[in-house]
Design a protein around this ligand. Structure first.
Ligand code: KG4
Ligand code: ZN
Length: 345
């Protein structure tokens, strides 16, 4: 039983390069503190797992203390600890899971090991209130692109489709590299695209009409690379803004088209978009247009809640406490390939 009317949940996220610690009271956000090791990875053009793990280890205690200070709370105020148990980088997850176990044991409060992807869905409640049941969720991040049917984020998440090759964010990052933009590429392509035309180059739209709810972005990524190489070989300048805008248009067109197909197929009137790529301005705009046309309500958290953070983990933890879910045992593993259908372990 919680010591407060609504439980105060500490959430810890370490699945990739962000050490995120969030604190919520029910679904009220109290703190969302993040330490990122991105600067240490940028020169490698991708996240180096060993570097990320070490950075988590160094950042964990100060980030937890920073979140408590930001919320004006003490350790004794915490009712439950939630942590990302997977999927993600094994060594990085391990640091968060070990820390969460130690905090839960030391404070004498329950531990909830949660799914990173379900947490990307749950976070929207901090901004827009309880999730309609059911909702369709489009989850687009650096590691995942999935369409989910979500009858109840605390208990039941069903996979409707996913990428058969690259994740959407991965395609953004790889195309940014081809265009000479820094890592991670998504925000840079978003910015460059504002100066360009989305119809300048007709890039392919993988699996556009295949009748499935799956995605494919590797053909698009290769098509952009070939197009840029051909320009360079001919000694011509590469129109970075136009290529960025045209690539982005192709990704966003397929994502929003399939998301609305999923809503129609399952007769769901609420669409949620989550994950780092949900920060993309063109995705947000096109999704809004197409949802309006289809009579579907759209929910997208503000960009700071879309990319990895601890508040999303705390938000899902609060759902689990409210649903009376069984806490995790102190011997739960970090599971780098935890399936999306497993909300908590
Ligand atoms: O959810 P996230 O922070 O980490 C993972 O769980 O992967 O997502 C990171 C991904 C990166 O690929 C990054 O390039 C992409 O999200 N991203 C964006 C934008 N902001 C972040 N992609 C497109 N447009 C953006 N504005
Ligand atoms: Zn993520």
């Amino acid at each position: 039983m919680s010591r407060h009317d609504e439980p105060i949940v500490l959430g810890i996220e370490t699945s990739c390069d962000e050490t995120g610690v969030g604190i919520v009271r029910g679904h009220t956000l109290l703190a969302n503190t993040i330490a990122s090791s991105m600067d240490e990875h940028a020169r490698f053009g991708g996240v180096v797992p060993e570097v990320a793990s070490r950075a988590h280890l160094e950042a964990m205690t100060p980030t937890v203390e920073g979140a408590l200070a930001a919320a004006g709370l003490r350790f004794s105020d915490i009712d439950a600890v939630a942590v990302t148990a997977g999927p993600g980088l094994a060594g990085a997850l391990l640091v968060g899971v070990a820390a969460a176990k130690a905090y839960a044991l030391g404070l004498g409060v329950p531990l909830y090991g949660v799914n990173h992807l379900a947490a990307h869905v749950a976070v929207d409640q901090l901004e827009h209130g309880p999730l309609p049941k059911p909702s369709v969720a489009l989850l687009v991040s650096g590691g995942h692109s999935s369409l989910l049917l979500v009858p109840d984020v605390a208990q039941d998440v069903i996979s409707l489709g996913s990428t058969v090759d690259d994740a959407a964010g991965e395609a953004f990052d790889k195309v940014a590299r081809v265009l000479g933009l820094p890592f991670p590429g998504g925000p840079h392509i978003d910015r460059a695209a504002r100066e360009g035309s989305g119809t300048a180059v007709a890039f392919p739209r993988g699996k556009y009409d295949d009748g499935t709810l799956d995605f494919s972005f590797s053909g698009l990524k290769t098509a952009v690379a070939r197009w840029v190489e051909a320009r360079e070989a001919a000694g011509e300048a590469v129109p970075v803004a136009d290529v960025a805008a045209s690539f982005q248009e192709a990704v966003v067109d397929v994502l929003t088209r399939k998301a609305l197909q999923a809503c129609a197929r399952y007769d769901v009137k609420d669409l949620l978009i989550g994950g780092g790529v949900a920060a993309n301005s063109r995705l947000r705009a096109m999704a809004q247009e197409r949802c309006d046309a289809a009579g579907v309500r759209l929910r997208v958290p503000r960009p700071g809640l879309c990319t990895d953070n601890g508040a999303m983990v705390a938000a899902l933890g609060a759902n689990l406490v409210a649903a009376g879910a069984k806490p995790s045992t102190l011997d739960i593993p970090a599971d780098s390939s935890l399936p999306i259908t497993v909300v908590n372990v």
